[in-house]
Design a protein around this ligand. Structure first.
Ligand code: NAP
Length: 262
């Protein structure tokens, strides 16, 4: 049951990269349930078809496009197909990411480069293409899905931390440059989100179960927690917010000493 009115995104069109799985799919569902027509884009057609059917069965107007966000031409083609069908593009959620835990000395040169290419350059490619194809003239909302841990040293995630640091920086720069076009650009930084590929891989590599009790609120996050914050940011309720990177992590990133008072 949503705390938001079901029609707050009525008439709007949203593109969610990596929207066929995990957090991205939940964002697509949440924006769709609040009135947006959604498009999901990623590399694997089978996943896109399955997610599109799942969301359509829930009454959500969903289309998909096969697209590797590292390839500007594919990104432009996906946005052109969306505009052809819907005639507008109000919201972009840059959620696509590559992730595998690895030590700095073990990760291949290509592996490090790939994560930066998907997370950071992909976010740039999609944002820029959306700007030129629609938002420069009409305004809009961009939400980048970041992470909260890159402000510290983190083991096994150096490549992701480097890429997400860039995503945060790009968020602020786009917000500053594009405010004059009526475009708001923000980021959501998810903490440990249960039942996601990201958490499964991290738990597998560290041998540590995802454990919500380590954060101040004492629970793992859900994909719905990230989707709710995204919905808020793209709604008119957040009309004066741009350039913000909002941690949605139960306070984990501000909890230096991890002492739990009784
Ligand atoms: P996920 O299920 O693995 O989702 C990643 C998505 O990105 C997939 O749908 C994948 O689809 C797509 N993708 C990967 N490479 C792509 C490319 N080159 N072009 C287009 N799409 C591509 O992961 P998740 O755990 O839900 O994470 C979603 C977001 O939250 C990511 O930005 C992640 O960094 C962030 N995050 C997650 C957590 C967590 O606890 N899970 C914590 C912090 C941040 P295809 O394979 O079909 O391309």
């Amino acid at each position: 049951m949503s705390v938001f009115r079901p029609d707050i995104l009525e008439g709007r069109v949203a593109l969610i990269t990596g929207g066929a799985t995990g957090i991205g799919k939940e964002i697509a569902r949440t924006l769709g349930r609040h009135g947006a027509r959604v498009a999901i884009a990623s590399r694997k057609l089978a996943n896109l078809e399955a997610a599109t059917a799942e969301l359509a069965a829930e009454g959500i107007d969903c289309m998909h496009a096969v697209c590797d966000v590292r390839e500007p031409e594919q990104v432009e083609a996906a946005i052109a197909a969306l505009l052809e069908r819907h005639g507008r593009l109000d919201i972009v959620v840059n959620n696509a990411a590559g992730n595998f835990p690895a030590l700095i000395e073990d990760i291949s040169y290509n592996g490090f480069r790939t994560v930066v290419a998907i997370d950071l350059l992909g976010t740039y490619n999609v944002s820029k293409a959306a700007f030129h194809a629609w938002m420069r003239e009409h305004g809009g909302n961009v939400v980048n899905i970041s992470a909260p841990f890159q402000h510290h040293g983190v083991a096994l995630q150096a490549h992701v931390a480097a890429a997400k640091t860039g995503v945060d920086s790009l968020t602020r720069s786009c917000a500053v440059e594009w405010g004059r076009h009526g475009i708001r650009v923000n980021a959501v930084a998810p903490g440990a989100i249960g039942e996601t590929e990201g958490m499964r891989r991290f738990s597998g590599a560290t041998g540590r179960d995802a454990d919500g009790a380590r954060n101040p609120l004492g629970r793992l996050g859900s994909a719905g927690d990230i989707a709710s914050c995204t919905l808020f940011l793209v709604s008119d309720a957040a009309g004066y917010i741009t350039g913000a990177v909002i941690p949605v992590d139960a306070g984990a990133s501000v909890d230096m000493l991890k002492i739990r008072p009784e």
